[in-house]
Design a protein around this ligand. Structure first.
Ligand SMILES: Nc1ncnc2c1ncn2[C@@H]1O[C@H](COP(=O)(O)OP(=O)(O)O)[C@@H](O)[C@H]1O
Ligand SMILES: [Mg+2]
Length: 256
């Protein structure tokens, strides 16, 4: 888009099939440093599949990823996390039997240094404190820090997943429909969190079907249709009508 923005993560010509279903048919996608990009498209357009390729969950059949301009292979989600990429998947991966703090820290529990060194015990006070501040930041309405996640509503689980991603990402947060299960107040808090993450120089990819929300929170929009990128816009230069036209195929950009 003709300015000095540096590409952070790029998908180039990604092809991905599941049996006979061709979910991605040469999909491109770009997110620049310190920007919020909305990825939009009709159900089945391939958004979740593309996000999973960007997050190391799916291996592309063809095409490549680039990180800061260099080709990169992400064999698993840990490889993406090592690059500072955290993802909130549409099908949330929380551990239902653990409490919110344990979920926030899943896989990176804070260990108190001590006589036992790395074999020390979990610092549950530090984890609870970090959890409280993460939820407070998010305006997340999690009443009990010790209740298991299984007992929580979809919205509360979503808030925990978003908190977890925003807590650990230092380059890019990817959120696949983060507000779909949320009420008005929690949705507004997620949008506010996205702005704050961006203001720290961290990029965000958000998938959403809520066009006013997309236009409000994003710097740019990229549109996926039938497994390909078909249009891209600067958010301040586009409209709901134009976005819907691109999603349905009524508007086509040749150079998208
Ligand atoms: N694990 C899978 N196995 C089989 N088909 C899949 C799988 N994941 C996605 N698909 C198919 O790929 C297509 C794109 O799906 P998806 O990426 O979830 O689209 P979106 O997120 O845009 O709604 C759909 O036809 C979907 O049914
Ligand atoms: Mg999806």
């Amino acid at each position: 888009m003709g300015d000095s923005a540096r590409p952070l993560l790029q998908a180039c010509g990604i092809v991905k099939s599941f049996g006979h279903v061709r979910a991605l048919r040469g999909a491109d996608f770009d997110v620049n440093e310190a920007e919020v990009v909305a990825m939009i498209g009709d159900n089945g357009a391939g958004k979740s599949t593309l996000v999973k390729a960007l997050a190391g969950v799916h291996q592309p059949d063809e095409g490549e990823l680039r990180f800061l301009g260099e080709p990169v292979v992400l064999p698993d989600p840990t490889a993406a996390q090592r690059l500072g990429i955290e993802t909130v998947f549409q099908d949330l991966a929380l551990a239902p039997d653990l409490d919110p703090a344990a979920n926030l820290f899943l896989g990176r529990e804070v260990v108190k240094p001590g006589l036992l060194g790395k074999l020390g015990f979990l610092d549950s006070n530090a984890m609870a404190e970090r959890t409280r501040s993460a939820f407070k930041d998010l305006g997340a309405n999690v009443q009990s820090e010790s209740a298991s996640v299984a007992s929580m509503s979809g919205g509360q689980r979503q808030s925990i997943a978003v908190s977890r991603a925003a807590t650990w990402a230092n380059r890019l947060v990817i959120m696949d429909e983060p507000t779909a299960a949320l009420g008005v107040v929690q949705s507004a808090a997620v949008l506010e969190l996205i702005r704050r993450v961006r203001d720290q120089g961290i990029s965000v990819i958000i998938i959403s079907h809520n066009m006013p929300e997309v236009l409000e929170v994003s710097d740019r929009v990229e549109v996926l249709r039938l497994g390909r990128r078909v249009a891209r816009f600067r958010s301040r230069d586009t409209s709901m009508d134009e976005l819907v036209a691109a999603m349905t195929g009524a508007l086509v950009q040749e150079d998208a």
